[in-house]
Design a protein around this ligand. Structure first.
Ligand code: ADP
Length: 475
């Protein structure tokens, strides 16, 4: 099978968030677990790419093509690594910029990228069985295949998969852009039109052969107005070709038995003593009480509305009056940063660490007893899976991927505590349940064992994607 992933970010070459991490991990897992598959990934060659990667680029081909009223072109380079061919689309004018996005001509830049992907396939004659596009920036690759290029018999066998990582950014533009910039005939206006705008995500949703998003529960939630950012109707209409596949976590990076970042590495067998030593060292370094019986509760998050920080602030006084210590590591909206700093002035058992710091995050995952994640919405969520791997028990709102990954206490395979309504006291009661069970050492150690035994590897998720590809191809 030949699979070509199309994305605007791929770690480690270019990444600004979750999309980059997913496309950095998924293709290489698919390639590793399926010998014989030809796996490619294509992305723009940004001006921000590090010299260490630039030095390894090999030229593949120069392509030239018509883009609306312009004759234009690109050079395609390649780096082969981990069984995957990473292709880079070079065009100085569009991509040699200081940042990935946020430019005045993003629509034109990523339409050019999507078109270059199709022209690259034509020029090399290396036609994939599956073209897997991601988010609004590569949505047009799917749309071009199913519209302007539909007449080309060489491309007709390609099956397309489109993944929503972030539905908030849909690629919405003025309708004039269709012909002038995107080089699409006006007869295709209805494909991309939504709410009197051009909406690239909508175009890919209706034209792709299959749609995925990053957790099964989120795939369901997206069909409702609270989560769908306006596209809920389109998603519901296309739900016959929709599935959710949970993202994996990188165990080679987030693992308690790796020295280096954490003070005392530990594994499933040594978790009790290992965590106790890390907790003591961490509390000492933060000037907190080192009494091992006081539960250490942590939050590691962007300080954004999505993450349920409002709920935390609402119950903060009650929570901090309990026998526990709370450490919050996060950066984000000013009002949340200020509120946490001001709470810290009044509560000796709170530390607000306002920074983005991976090493501190690992020390907290390793030391904590309880992890809080009361998200308002959460497409997949990684932090709840990472904390499980460190034997730290999550208390989550059962939403999006949190619902799929954290089984509530009381169930046979439970690995955490949950609450359902977006309600501050429901959150507090869930924390209280966790604190109660924490007092029962035997119960807690069994819960911790189950959390650490969870398998959140990419291997499972990659196998689900391969199943989707096979079904599409009838293989
Ligand atoms: P999102 O992608 O919506 O921010 P996720 O739970 O999917 O949420 O991923 C968050 C990732 O970012 C986790 O790896 C978490 O450890 C990390 N993270 C969040 N805030 C910080 C921070 N302040 N310092 C270090 N790592 C952080």
């Amino acid at each position: 099978m030949k699979i070509l992933y199309v994305a605007s970010e791929v770690a480690p070459f270019a990444a600004s968030g979750g999309l980059g991490d997913v496309i950095g991990a998924l293709p290489k897992t698919v390639a590793h677990d399926n010998p014989g598959y030809e796996v490619g990934v294509i992305l723009p060659l940004y001006g921000t790419m590090k010299q260490e990667y630039r030095a390894r680029l090999e030229k593949v081909i120069d392509i030239s093509f018509r883009y609306s009223w312009r004759n234009t072109g690109a050079s395609i380079y390649k780096i082969s690594e981990d069984g995957v061919n990473y292709y880079f689309v070079e065009n100085e004018y569009y991509f040699n910029r200081a940042k990935l996005y946020g430019e005045f001509d993003d629509a034109e830049r990523f339409a050019f990228f999507s078109l270059a992907v199709i022209e690259f396939i034509i020029a090399t004659g290396n036609v994939p069985d599956i073209l897997h596009a991601n988010d609004w920036q590569s949505a047009l690759a799917v749309v071009y295949l199913k519209t302007e290029y539909a007449y080309m018999s060489a491309l007709r066998g390609i099956k397309t998969v489109y993944t929503i990582h972030n539905i908030e950014y849909q690629g919405k533009f003025d309708p004039y852009i269709l012909g002038d910039v995107f080089a699409l005939d006006s007869k295709y206006y209805h494909v991309l039109e939504f709410d009197n705008c051009i909406n690239l995500m909508k175009g890919a949703l209706v034209t792709s052969d299959y749609i995925t998003t990053v957790s099964p529960n989120y795939a369901h939630e997206l069909q409702y107005a609270f989560f769908g950012f306006g596209l809920q109707g389109i998603i519901a209409e296309n739900s016959h070709k929709l599935a959710g596949v949970i993202n994996g976590i990188d165990y080679s990076y987030f693992s308690p038995d790796k020295g280096g970042d954490i003070d005392f590495p530990f594994n499933k067998r040594t978790v009790k003593s290992g965590k106790a030593k890390n907790k003591k060292a961490l509390c000492e370094s933060l000037g907190l009480d080192t009494d091992p019986r006081i539960p250490l509760v942590v939050i590691i998050t962007r300080l954004a509305t999505q993450k349920g920080i409002d709920l935390l602030l609402h119950i903060a006084e009650e929570l901090l009056s309990k026998k526990l210590q709370l450490v919050v590591l996060g950066t984000g909206e000013n009002e949340y940063e200020d509120a946490l700093l001001s709470l810290q002035e009044r509560h000796a058992n709170l530390r607000a660490l306002i920074k983005f710091d991976r090493v501190t995050s690992k020390r907290l995952y390793a030391s904590a007893d309880i992890f809080l994640m009361p998200s308002k919405f959460e497409p997949c969520g990684l932090a709840q899976m990472i904390c499980c791997s460190y034997g730290t028990i999550p208390v989550v709102r059962s939403v999006g991927g949190l619902y799929d990954t954290i089984m509530p206490y009381g169930m046979e395979n439970s690995n955490g505590f949950n609450f359902s309504n977006y309600n501050a006291h429901d959150f507090l009661y869930a924390i209280e349940r966790a604190l109660e069970v924490y007092e029962n050492e035997k119960e807690w150690s069994e819960l911790r064992k189950r959390a650490m035994n969870c398998d959140f590897t990419w291997r499972n998720s990659a196998a689900k994607y391969v199943q989707i590809y096979n079904n599409l191809l009838n293989w």
